[in-house]
Design a protein. Structure first.
Lengths: 385, 277
């Protein structure tokens, strides 16, 4: 294992370990973090695996410096990531906004645990779904992926690196204690079969005054440090050249809109869903670990002749509004399943309620994945209603 | 007639035609000392990455210096700088920021990286006040001073930042005031060449938010006071603690050799990959 970047083969692997292996396969060179349950295994695996392949994991003094250090390293051209849980994300939020503002590729893994505050560290609750999108101050767009298995902890981490590099932005892997600590079969392909992307940088020798390194809706080449680009990188409102502007509201409007449009313009390319609702009169909408229960309930329901289907949101952000609307147009009832008190529910309802009757179903006890039998009972009730 | 050009002008970013500093601010003196040191060492600004936080001092290199600059969030420049040093170990990483940024909100990153002894140069402009936000008390404000947030006088003890950084494990620590720009330049040259965590505290005047508001006078009066209060470490060692009250100990306070973190990491990587056992 030592010295091998891609662990090609079939493994019985924990989700968090698969995440670290995904990072290595994607080309991660630097990671920084702070121990926290239930994400710690990602840090310890990276600490062991990165140095022999020329990379490095640094344990920092807190989560604030962890995200700061990876952003700094990303500006030197390295592929970077950090992994934490809700309390760590809460500390990172200001610098996540910084990474968005100066368009820094980085991967942030949140193995969600029960909050608010210290909550219950070993309980998986998807309570940070909206925090990922709205936690840092100001208007912005974010990309997030919701894995549902150790295999996807690997696959989505690779994909997260590719999105980060391609769109020059932080990308969240929104896992939880269930998926992070789940052990299942993980297939790691050969390195040649894993697609990895690298950010564009300006051509060597370009006149620094001519480099438009920011605010391009089609993603500006990143004027990384150490190449003589004389890059001025400031999180204050700035123009395409990185020049600060703190007085012109038109410049502010340009700054905020361009950053958001960079993601929104490429929504179709970014958004991923799993649709299985052909002919269904009731659709179960879910994501992450809960989508496994929804899938099982739908399969059993169909065996019993119930017209039930599923829609799984793989990317909760950017929000797949058109996908939700498309589904709602084709069905009568939508049941939103989340392992929380309804975080994405209002977003789904806003798109679906015009066409279908939308309701919410939390788990019987917060932190327990929905029992497929309970979901099925609910479906039957909805059919008989 | 040929145009008169400042000898350090070639270090200034072409689009920078003005500064945000108030008249009499000590930032200009520090900026000159930094650029003179780099020029004297016959180095190029491309040899450096500058990292700043939030506050007036952060605007010394950003955007003025024609170099790679990361202007970061409040208190965090040293943490960002660590990541940059990890990615570009051959570049000189210089953090320039103020006492509020580095010793208050960012105090933990300051001591942790001094402890790590990671090679970087940290220049702390200590004006004893929050200048940008209008003269609020800092962890460096002298006891009893009336500020915007302590209208009846401060009731907290100030930090001696240099002693804090020495205790935390830095390998090069110095303090000068804006009254000693030549000494400051010589010290910055040493710090740039030092293999380790170098910290330079620059006691500087904020004539607008400190001088005017606390009755300490104009920039010239404040600098005259620095001259009178300055004392070398050698002379200071002869005085009792009481007699040292109100004096500013200036000079190179520490210069020692300890393993540097990035070098230690390189060695560790070789061990981990089985290259040397």
């Amino acid at each position: 294992m030592i010295g091998k970047r891609v662990l090609t083969g079939k493994h019985f692997m924990m989700g968090n370990i698969a995440c670290a292996e995904g990072a290595l396969a994607a080309g991660c060179e630097f990671a920084a973090g702070y121990p926290i349950t239930p994400a710690t295994e990602i840090a310890t695996r990276l600490a062991e695996r990165l140095p022999p392949v020329g990379g490095m994991f640094l344990q920092m003094e807190d989560e604030i410096s962890s995200i700061a250090a990876i952003i700094g390293a990303s500006w030197t051209g390295k592929k970077v990531m950090t992994a934490t849980s809700g309390p760590g994300i809460s500390l990172m939020l200001e610098n996540i906004g910084f990474a968005i503002g100066v368009e820094t590729p980085c991967v942030i893994v949140n193995v969600q645990r029960a909050g608010p505050t210290t909550g219950m560290p070993t309980a998986g609750v998807d309570g940070d779904m909206v925090q990922a999108k709205r936690g840092s101050h100001g208007d912005y767009e974010i990309i997030a992926l919701c894995p549902a298995s150790p295999q996807e902890m690997f696959d989505h981490t690779v994909l997260a690196f590719n999105y980060a590099e391609k769109f020059r932005t932080p990308v969240f892997v929104l896992s939880d204690a269930f998926v992070g600590h789940m052990r299942e079969e993980v297939l790691i392909p050969g390195p040649e079969k894993i697609e990895t992307l690298i950010r564009k940088i300006p051509e060597a020798g370009t006149d620094p005054l001519q480099i438009k390194g920011f605010l391009d809706e089609d993603v500006a080449p990143m004027p990384i440090f150490g190449k003589g680009f004389k890059s001025h990188v400031t999180s204050s409102c700035h123009d395409e050249y990185g020049k600060r502007n703190l007085s012109d509201l038109a410049a502010l409007d340009h700054f905020v809109r361009r950053l958001s449009n960079k993601i929104l313009k490429h929504k179709e390319e970014i958004i991923r869903v799993e649709r299985d609702y052909e002919g269904a009169e009731i659709v179960l909408v879910s994501y992450g670990a809960v989508s496994r229960a929804a899938k099982m309930a739908a399969a059993r329901g169909r065996e019993a002749g119930l017209p039930v289907g599923t829609l799984r949101l793989i990317t909760p952000w950017p929000f797949p509004d058109e996908e939700v609307e498309k589904m709602a147009r084709k069905t009568r009832k939508v049941i939103v399943l989340e392992n929380n008190l309804g975080q994405l529910y209002p977003y789904i309802k806003a798109e679906a309620a015009h066409y279908a009757e939308v309701s919410f179903m939390p788990p019987s006890t917060l932190g327990m994945i929905h029992d497929p039998e309970d979901i099925l009972k609910r479906v039957v009730r909805e059919v008989l209603k | 007639m040929s145009e008169i050009v400042h000898p350090l002008h070639h270090f200034i970013r072409p689009f920078s035609t003005s500064t945000t500093n108030c008249p009499g601010c000590g930032n200009g003196i520090a900026a000159q000392s930094i650029l003179r040191a780099i020029g004297d060492l016959e180095m190029n600004l491309d040899d450096f990455v500058f990292v700043t936080g939030i506050g007036c001092a952060a605007w010394i290199p950003s955007p003025l210096f024609n170099a790679d600059i990361l202007h970061t969030t409040h208190g965090r420049p040293i943490a960002f700088a660590l990541g940059i040093k990890m990615g570009l170990p051959d570049k000189k990483v210089m953090v320039i920021s103020g006492d509020g940024d580095l010793a208050a909100i960012g105090g933990n990153h300051l001591i942790q990286n001094a402890r790590r002894n990671v090679e970087m140069i940290v220049i702390c402009l200590n004006n004893g006040i929050y200048g940008m936000t209008g003269g609020q008390a800092a962890p460096t404000t002298p006891v009893g001073l009336k500020t915007a947030t302590t209208p009846y006088g401060t009731f907290e003890n100030p930090f001696d930042i240099s002693q804090l950084v020495i205790a935390a494990g830095a390998t090069f620590v110095a303090r000068w005031t804006t009254y000693q720009p030549r000494q400051l330049t010589a010290t910055i040259k040493k710090a740039i060449q030092k293999k380790g965590f170098s910290f330079i505290e620059v006691i500087t005047q904020c004539p607008v938010q400190y001088g005017k508001k606390t009755g300490s006078g104009s920039a010239v009066q404040m600098m005259r006071e620095y001259k009178e209060k300055s004392i070398s470490p050698k002379e200071a060692s002869k005085l009792s603690e009481e007699k040292l009250q109100g004096r500013i100990v200036v000079g190179e306070l520490l210069d020692k050799v300890k393993p540097e973190m990035v070098e230690e990491i390189m060695k560790m990587k070789k061990r981990a990959s089985g290259e040397s056992k």
